[in-house]
Ligand binder design. Structure first.
Ligand SMILES: Cc1cc2nc3c(=O)[nH]c(=O)nc-3n(C[C@H](O)[C@H](O)[C@H](O)COP(=O)(O)O)c2cc1C
Length: 449
């Protein structure tokens, strides 16, 4: 697409009362609102006021080590997004769900329901669940091996796609005169027989309005990139520098042709944690206020988990100890690499590294004026590092309001972002085609009336 016509895509990645790990302790937030569905409904309406493409919720299937010092996920995302669908009209609704600990039939059904309930606004952030605490909740002694997790994800998607497609688009006729609800020959068994799942089908839901929910993926390891190239229509990623972002963008887009896909069929959306204020000095001072509220004990546990080494007794003022090679990491390989590279590139002590990761757990934090934030986004967007962004407000709702009220208008003035929605579905917001079903019409089939 010519650069002049390209439009940026913006998601609001919403988490508790903000992405900064100490957000809940800061006076700009009200921590108890994480238990309040109305809080998330209000956030979605703010994002919709800004004409953002989607709201997005992450998820993990365990309480884990965050409990003492950080707010943990409270609501299951698909359930929460159904509540948000009821109070919004246009904004996309992206839920994280695991291929590791779900079954394709039940999850395909849940996403089909969300897509129907929202008139075509559902997206699925497909994750493979790399946490030991998650494995323990599902009867496993350890995290399933990285390659196996992705192999299961591939099979999961093969089955889910056939399930969504199992009802042809015109299977339902609702012909009151003849008493015909649906045409049986247009509703298909999927007959999936794989290594991990055996599913007859059809799905007990008509085809979703978007055909399938928008498929989003967020792992950036070699296996993750291969998975994204085959399946993903949007990729969430953490990239610290413009050069890394450009490398990742080119590498991922370059993998699409092998699957018969064009570069426009996948949107690359890095995360950004913006601290916004009237002056750069104020924005940096605001970031510092949050940094000072970080609990070192919590941050060390978080870092230990990311890096696969126990740092809980490690000196805060020393550099990182030697790390294991990336292929030995069973969990999140790409985030391991990002943190290891960041510490080495900038010769950071553990204390400095913790401060850098506090805003977005590895996503790029940027403190500046609305113009500086808009400039930064424009640079990444025009210099081949992004098709848009996952905006991760460090505190909520204020950080999202500031972004919508001060940065979005600048992007609109520059012709980089829509001034109103032109489509109704998430696919339309992202400029993605509605996929044709895998089951072709059985020609000449007669309806048994
Ligand atoms: C923006 C972003 C959001 C993510 N959200 C989740 C999440 O909600 N739940 C989860 O289990 N993993 C999440 N992940 C992790 C990845 O989906 C993936 O499972 C992990 O990176 C391991 O894959 P990899 O080794 O291929 O990188 C997220 C990653 C990114 C970049």
């Amino acid at each position: 697409m010519p650069q002049a016509e390209r439009q940026m895509h913006l998601n609001a990645f919403l988490m508790g009362v903000g992405h900064h790990e100490a957000a809940w302790r800061h006076p700009r937030t009200e921590a108890s609102r994480i238990f309040d569905a109305a809080h998330f409904q209000e956030l979605a309406r703010i994002a919709e006021r800004g004409k953002l493409d989607a709201v997005f919720f992450a998820d993990t299937l365990a309480v884990g080590h965050r409990l003492e010092h950080n707010v943990t996920t409270v609501f299951e995302p698909i359930t929460l997004l159904a509540a948000i669908a009821a109070v919004t009209e246009r904004i996309g609704l992206i839920a994280t769900a695991s291929t590791g600990y779900n079954h394709p039939f039940t999850l395909a059904r849940a996403f089909a329901s969300l897509d129907h309930i929202s008139d075509g606004r559902a997206g699925w952030n497909i994750v493979t669940s790399g946490g030991a605490d998650e494995a323990a909740n599902f009867g496993l002694d350890q995290i399933p091996e990285h390659g196996e997790r992705y192999a299961r994800a591939h099979e999961f998607l093969e089955a889910a796609v056939r399930l969504w497609d199992s009802w042809e688009d015109d299977a339902i006729v609702l012909d009151e005169a003849s008493g015909t609800f649906a045409v049986p020959s247009r509703v298909h068994r999927v007959d999936h027989t794989g290594h991990r799942f055996t599913i007859r089908g059809p799905l007990n839901s008509p085809r979703p309005p978007q055909g399938r929910p928008v498929l989003v993926q967020a792992g950036s390891s070699e296996d993750g990139i291969a998975f994204a190239a085959r399946w993903a229509e949007a990729v969430f990623t953490a990239q610290q520098t413009l050069e890394e972002g450009q490398r990742f963008y080119a590498a991922l887009k370059g993998r699409l042709a092998a699957h018969g896909r064009s570069p426009d069929e996948l949107k690359v959306l890095p995360g950004i944690v913006p601290f916004i204020a009237d002056t750069e000095a104020e924005a940096k001072a605001l970031e510092q206020e949050f940094t000072e509220l970080i609990s070192p004990a919590y941050a060390l546990r978080q870092l230990s988990q990311m890096l696969g080494v126990d740092l809980t007794e490690h000196s805060l003022d020393a550099p990182l100890p030697p790390l294991p090679p990336v292929h030995e990491i069973r969990g999140n390989q790409s985030r391991f690499q990002l943190v290891a590279d960041l510490a080495q590139r900038e010769s950071l002590t553990v204390r400095q590294l913790i401060a850098r990761l506090g805003g977005g757990r590895g996503h790029r934090t940027f403190a500046g004026t609305p113009e500086q934030v808009a400039d930064e986004l424009e640079t990444w967007f025009t210099q081949g590092a992004a098709d848009g962004f996952n905006v991760m407000p460090p505190y909520l709702p204020g950080g999202l309001e500031d972004f919508v009220d001060t940065v979005v208008p600048l992007l609109q003035e520059r012709g980089l972002f829509r001034t109103d929605y032109t489509g109704r579905t998430l696919r339309e917001h992202y400029g993605l085609q509605r996929p044709a079903g895998v089951f072709t019409r059985s020609s000449g089939a007669q309806v048994a009336v």
